[in-house]
Design a protein around this ligand. Structure first.
Ligand SMILES: [Zn+2]
Length: 471
């Protein structure tokens, strides 16, 4: 089984089936478990010292530039981080969190490696677009962070990267505090499992994403966002009918199964453990998915409007009509249509997924149009520059962009993304299964545009640009 395909198929399932269970996801990878070698390097030897042997080694005082005071709340009480900041420990192997791409878990999160990985995730770092079997997932994040900060790639967390990440994270914590307090579901996000991103950060993430939308699209009320969760992520809520309902964001915390229960993976309860190939969901990918699902929530073809919420506020009929012949719905269906120009499909959609789910009735193919709207909506926000670039060479994509600009975003345009990703994806397309023949942009989901950029770090914004500048 090709595991990248396996994962992407999982994403497909999550996007479409509101009732998909995380527990099901845990069973995708069926390879035999192989325990990777664990190398923990905890040494007091200073790597910066000359390696010339000396007959009588004497303790060398740690040089001032290798010691520092931890500033972030997340790291400053951690004994491993403290040992490194004080010069008592030189390096720590991030492979201690032993999740390898393509291998079967679960993997223990009870280590500093996982905690540091979580800090990287909370700063907008991503794993990257191409992962091959045998790579350590945490190391991929670390290597991206090292390269981004002009440090040499290695499996080791050392004082240099710790100091940078800690300092950045101290600033992030202040931003998160304000963002989280402003979000209507504050106090309803479940506490974070061991060494995971904090619940305050996850709340801030939601606040940042929806705060980038025009006010009429995101009614800033508990009613609106709770209703969105119930409709699109119902299994992530416990006691939805109670005032003390709890949201367990299993896309960020893979330890959770349905209804805030601890997940089970191949018979093992996920207590301080995460399943295979996890965490997949960096914050940017979560944001892209959340916007996709929120677009469904706004779609009047899926939901009737309800006062006090943004549900069903967009009459998407005009958008559907661009690529689909809405006068020709599938028999027995109301949201599936024939393509207007079947021979031109590869030029009309922002991603393969946007082409919709096929259903064949009496020998004729019909496709769900809601995915086109959701993928296009998501790209409009996360990669505005990219969407405008794609629209230069496609009349249908030009029409879709303009339709969204006028009918959804009231003229607002986003400076997010980097058009370099258009070229990268054409050269290295994310091809999945039988979608391959219909592929044109190279993106399977629109999340692929930004994550394919070699130096992409998300700044938790979209409107005025989404990329952290390289130092
Ligand atoms: Zn969808």
């Amino acid at each position: 089984m090709n595991n990248q395909k396996g994962f992407i198929n999982v994403v497909v399932i999550i996007m479409v089936l509101v009732v998909v269970s995380i527990a099901g996801y845990y069973f995708i990878v069926s390879k035999k478990a192989i325990q990777p070698p664990i190398t923990i390097t905890e040494t007091t030897q200073d790597l910066n010292q000359p390696t010339t042997p000396t007959p009588t080694p004497t303790p060398t005082p740690t040089s001032p530039e290798t010691t520092f005071t931890l500033k972030s709340k997340y790291l400053q009480n951690d004994p491993t981080a403290q040992a490194m900041a004080s010069g008592k420990m030189n390096k720590y192997n991030i492979r201690t969190f032993s999740s390898i791409y393509g291998e079967k878990g679960p993997y223990s999160t009870d280590n500093f490696a996982y905690k540091f990985l979580s800090a990287l995730r909370m700063l907008g770092y991503t794993r990257g677009y191409k992962t091959v079997g045998g790579q350590y997932i945490a190391e991929q994040y670390l290597n991206r962070a090292q390269r981004f900060n002009n440090l040499t790639s290695s499996p080791f967390i050392d004082g240099s990267i710790l100091k940078i990440i800690d300092s950045e994270f101290a600033e992030r914590e202040n931003l998160d505090r304000n963002l989280a307090l402003n979000f209507p579901l504050y106090n309803h996000l479940a506490d974070h499992p061991l060494n995971e991103p904090t619940s305050e950060h996850v709340t801030a993430l939601l606040s940042a994403v929806f705060g980038e939308l025009p006010a009429n699209l995101a009614v800033w009320s508990e009613k609106n966002f709770k209703d969105f969760y119930i409709r699109q992520f119902g299994q992530r809520i416990k006691n939805a009918d109670s005032p003390d309902y709890q949201i367990c964001e299993s896309a960020i915390y893979p330890e959770f199964g349905m209804d805030c229960a601890i997940g089970v993976y191949f018979g093992t309860p996920l207590i301080n453990k995460v399943p295979a190939n996890s965490p997949q969901n960096d914050d940017f990918s979560f944001a892209s998915l959340a916007l996709h699902e929120y677009a469904h929530y706004l779609d009047q073809k899926l939901y009737s409007p309800e006062s006090g919420t943004s549900k069903g506020v967009i009459d998407t009929a005009g958008f559907y009509n661009i690529s689909y012949d809405t006068s020709d719905p599938a028999p027995g269906g109301v949201r599936e249509f024939a393509y207007r120009r079947p021979q031109n499909v590869k030029n009309e959609f922002v991603s393969s997924y946007a082409q919709g789910w096929k259903r064949t009735v009496n020998g004729k193919d019909y496709f769900s149009a809601a995915e086109d709207f959701a993928e296009s909506f998501s790209l409009y926000v996360t990669d505005g520059k990219v969407f405008r670039k794609l629209a230069e060479s496609s009349d249908a994509l030009r029409q879709k962009y303009d339709w969204l600009k006028i009918n959804v975003f009231n003229g607002r345009e986003y400076q997010s993304g980097d058009i370099q990703s258009v070229t990268i994806l054409k050269q290295q397309p994310n091809l999945v299964g039988d979608e391959l023949v219909r592929q044109a942009t190279g993106a399977f989901n629109v999340v692929d545009y930004s994550t394919s950029l070699p130096n992409f770090v998300w700044n938790y914004k979209f409107l005025n640009g989404s990329l952290v500048p390289k130092p």
